[in-house]
Ligand binder design. Structure first.
Ligand SMILES: [Ca+2]
Ligand SMILES: [Ca+2]
Length: 385
């Protein structure tokens, strides 16, 4: 049994053992060119074509000129002139692919190329994290074949882009050059900023990353629905029990199960009328308020959102933030409760609770990012759990 299969079985075992599975990642399983059983996280396949330059000559077949065929999981079907689902590089052609995860040098192979078709064709594989500096990590032999980054990239480096270049092994026929069905990372981690890396790893270990954020770029702003899912995870971790499936859904614009759970727990409410605005982005003061409610619901017997004022938080008031005057009245108690417990910190003395000016609005000032949300969630569990 390979280590990957073993890890998968362990994950499956833990999923049935614990309320909150630590490894919720789903895997795509396949057999490689040598008959080995392999698996790649389903989030690890290329999601974006950054650029491509067809080779000369290129294929005469319109189906294999569809560059999007290379994205997502392998889906090649058919043979000869009925083939579908692959992209033909053309003789010497190249393509740059983007991923929603970071690929790193882990155990064994790190990137897999799913090459299809009758002729086995080699591809040069390069990796980059900024589309400027590229590292040549070797040749993927045709058919399903992987490359190992070991010794070819700086220690600790991670990559969001892969460039494939056909090596002109077979430049003739209807499909000149390599025919690629899919490309995946095998050793991958969430895209996050270096300052958030420790907490993101802890969030994964603690089971605080909801399914909706698996394979998401964590440097991006977090939506209200995504944040509700994180807030439910925090509640479950602090309460050491699974949240019940929500029974009431008062929202006309959202049926997300985590949002409904969060609503029934009193962690979130709507934005007015029957709207939840699931895709709206969250400000930092809204984030602090929602997660404080997760804490209250998990630890204060009898707490509900409507009777919140009967449950004052007990803490030593820290020094006010420099931008204290811009913190909304409804958020102040939560913000300083979090600050007093070392869960949130200022940046140059400011909390940056929300955007005030149109210019601040325009640049997304004070928007909470996904990794900030996970960082706060981890500190809540560490400091209040
Ligand atoms: Ca490796
Ligand atoms: Ca495909």
């Amino acid at each position: 049994m390979s280590k990957r299969i073993f890890a998968f079985l362990m994950a499956a075992l833990m999923a049935v053992t614990f309320v909150s599975p630590v490894f919720a990642v789903e895997y795509y399983t396949f057999t490689d060119r040598n008959g080995n059983d392999m698996m790649a996280p389903v989030t690890a396949f290329a999601t974006e074509v950054i650029e491509f330059t067809p080779g000369t000559p290129w294929t005469t077949q319109n189906e294999q000129k569809k560059v999007e065929n290379i994205l997502g999981r392998p889906n090649y079907v058919g043979d000869a002139y009925t083939a579908k689902g692959d992209y033909c590089l053309g003789a010497g052609g190249s393509i740059v692919l983007g991923f929603n995860i970071s690929i790193f040098d882990g155990e064994g192979l790190d990137i897999y190329i799913f090459e299809v078709g009758g002729t086995v064709e080699d591809t040069r594989v390069e990796v980059s994290n900024d589309l400027k500096t590229w590292y040549d990590v070797g040749v993927a032999k045709g058919k399903t074949a992987g490359v190992d980054l070991a010794g070819k990239v700086p220690a600790g480096a991670r990559f969001r882009y892969v460039r494939l270049t056909d090596l002109k092994k077979s430049s003739n026929g209807a499909w000149p050059g390599a025919d690629i069905d899919a490309v995946s990372g095998l050793n991958t981690k969430a895209i996050s900023s270096s300052w958030a890396e420790t907490e993101v790893q802890l969030a994964e270990q603690y089971g605080l990353v909801p399914d909706v954020l698996l394979g998401a770029d964590l440097t991006q702003p977090i939506t209200r629905a995504e944040f509700a899912a994180v807030a439910v995870k925090v509640y479950e971790k602090l309460k050491k029990t699974a949240a019940m499936v929500g029974t009431q859904n008062p929202f006309s614009d959202c049926s997300d199960p985590d949002v409904i759970r969060a609503y029934n727990l009193g962690i979130v409410n709507g934005v007015g009328g029957t709207r939840f605005a699931p895709d709206q982005l969250l400000t930092r003061e809204q984030a602090a308020t929602m997660l404080t409610r997760s804490f209250k619901r998990a630890t204060l017997t009898g707490w509900t959102l409507p009777n919140d004022s009967s449950f004052p938080l007990v803490y030593d008031m820290p020094a006010p933030f420099a931008d204290d005057a811009t913190i909304s009245g409804w958020a102040r108690d939560s913000v300083y409760f979090m600050a007093a417990n070392g869960i949130i910190q200022g940046n140059n003395g400011k909390f940056m609770p929300r955007a005030i000016t149109p210019a601040e609005e325009a640049v997304g000032y004070a928007q909470a990012t996904r990794e900030q949300a996970l960082l706060i969630a981890v500190r809540m569990v560490n400091n209040l759990g």
